[in-house]
Design a protein around this ligand. Structure first.
Ligand code: SAH
Ligand code: SF4
Ligand code: F3S
Length: 449
């Protein structure tokens, strides 16, 4: 069978799609482009209304392809799959499988049965209460085999119930994976040539604090993974500020291969709004975390998520968000307009901020952020660093080839080099020559390794 996966949403979804691809390939299925696929799999995101609506419009598009052959079908997985569930069967007769993030483990077998005609329709929507190890097809968790970077899941789900967020409903309760399984997977990856690992979870800082916990904290896990010989770079995402332990902050000063960057979603700069969001930290607490991190690792690069227009957010609250963004100097941020999600507590919170005000706030915030980003990047001009090469740059000009890499903090660096191939997965020492709006230019100053 030929299949095509379309992925929306966060890195956990990207990682899930990656696993599903390999699980199907190990059954003899083949990845195909849109025009020749027989099975279309949508791995979806429900975090805001827009990505949810995108699923319905994508299904409309897929329907046109399915007219080629009546045996072709589609599957909807991920967060909208979980949320709407069997509702897809009614609205889209060609959808034969729905699955959530806990159900994905059984999706490859279900897809096989449907393709063979043994099952007509399957819904894999049950939540599990402990982390289920998935079958590990040969190639394991390498996102792009040649890139030597990999994601590793350390947990599933979330228990925080921030008042705006649908994730605890779509991905279920927090379930930590056994730390040994995590370390073993990381070890196998490094052995197979992986040089950079990103540990994934909705709230990695509360790793081990659920039924699956065995007394190993996230800081312990970081130390174990960082200790794997041959691992050049270790990252993790996402962190909830209320749960970051002193040992995790300290780890940034202790573990050499732990990258100097942290994505720490602040969401808002006003204590009143944070309270209504049920984030369970104050701005004072957030600032103290930033201080501790900077003490542990002065060159740490901080990034964040922000929501504007949360119900009840006043102009004054919003001004505090701007103030905090400026004061902390986040290198970059993802910012969103608040979006009502079904079943979350904030749906019933009033007053809603008018769409035009939310839009205007978002623009002001993004303009400020762009200026800060530019300044942060300009401050790096002239410095030496190491770019881990991911592939060729999108833009090519001049005599040689431009390559795209990342510095240890994850900033994109484009470097022009003589080689026209063979550099992916190598570290290249570079001097930063110029800051662009969202990336850096560099010049090679040493041999790739
Ligand atoms: N677990 C992660 C976040 C996952 S969702 C964490 O807590 O950091 C990614 C981001 O989407 C959130 O940080 C938040 O900024 C945004 N988001 C979530 N629900 C939203 C909603 N209803 N409206 C707008 N943005 C939302
Ligand atoms: Fe959503 Fe909050 Fe959980 Fe993040 S921590 S996934 S924002 S409920
Ligand atoms: Fe989206 Fe689900 Fe991830 S809602 S952000 S795909 S956890």
């Amino acid at each position: 069978m030929k299949f095509h996966i379309i992925t929306f949403g966060c890195q956990m979804n990207v990682h899930d799609s990656d696993w599903l691809t390999r699980a199907l390939e190990s059954r003899g299925w083949e990845v195909a482009d849109e025009n020749s696929a027989q099975v279309y799999i949508l791995n979806t995101c429900s975090v805001r209304d827009k990505p949810e609506q995108k699923v319905y419009s994508e299904l409309g598009r897929v329907a046109a392809h399915l007219k080629r052959d009546e045996n072709m079908f589609a599957a909807v997985g991920g967060c909208v799959g979980q949320q709407i569930g069997k509702g897809f069967f009614e609205r889209f007769p060609f959808v034969k499988l729905v699955f959530g993030s806990d159900g994905i483990a059984n999706a490859p077998n279900a897809l096989e049965r449907i393709a063979e005609g043994a099952d007509d329709r399957v819904a894999l929507l049950d939540f599990v209460s402990i982390y289920e190890e998935r079958e590990n097809p040969e190639e394991r968790t390498v996102t792009m085999p040649e890139s030597r970077q990999a994601f590793v899941n350390i947990m599933q789900g979330c228990d925080n119930f921030c008042s705006y967020c649908i994730v605890p409903y779509t991905r279920g309760r927090q379930k930590s994976r056994h730390p040994e399984a995590v370390v073993e997977e990381c070890r196998a990856l490094v052995k197979s040539g992986v040089r950079e690992i990103t540990l994934l979870g909705q709230n990695v800082n509360s790793f081990g604090k659920d039924k699956g916990g065995v007394g190993v904290s996230f800081a312990d896990l970081l130390h174990s993974v960082a200790g794997i010989e041959g691992l050049d770079r270790l990252r993790f995402t996402t962190s909830h500020p209320k749960d970051i332990a002193p040992e995790v902050k300290a780890a940034f000063g202790e573990l050499e291969n732990l990258c100097p960057s942290l994505h720490l979603p602040m969401q808002a700069g006003s204590d009143l709004v944070l309270k209504a969001m049920r984030r369970k930290y104050t701005i004072e607490h957030y600032l103290s975390i930033v201080d501790d991190l900077k003490k542990a690792r002065p060159d740490i690069s901080l990034t964040t998520d922000l929501i504007v227009g949360f119900p009840g957010e006043t102009e004054e609250d919003f001004a505090q968000t701007l103030e905090m963004v400026e004061r902390i100097g986040f290198e970059s941020s993802f910012s969103f307009k608040y979006s009502d999600r079904p079943g979350v507590a904030a749906v019933n919170m009033e007053p809603k901020v008018e769409a035009k005000d939310a839009k205007e706030r978002l623009m002001r915030l993004q303009t400020l952020q762009n200026n800060i980003t530019k300044k942060c990047l300009e401050n790096l001009e002239g410095r030496e660093t190491v770019a881990f090469i991911e592939g060729k740059s999108r833009q090519q000009r001049g005599d040689y080839t431009w390559w795209k890499g990342r510095d240890p903090a994850g900033r994109i660096i484009n470097v022009e080099m003589e080689e026209s191939d063979g550099l992916v997965g190598l570290m290249v020492p570079v001097r930063i020559t110029e800051a662009k709006n969202h990336s850096l230019l560099g010049k090679r100053i040493g041999k790739p390794w």
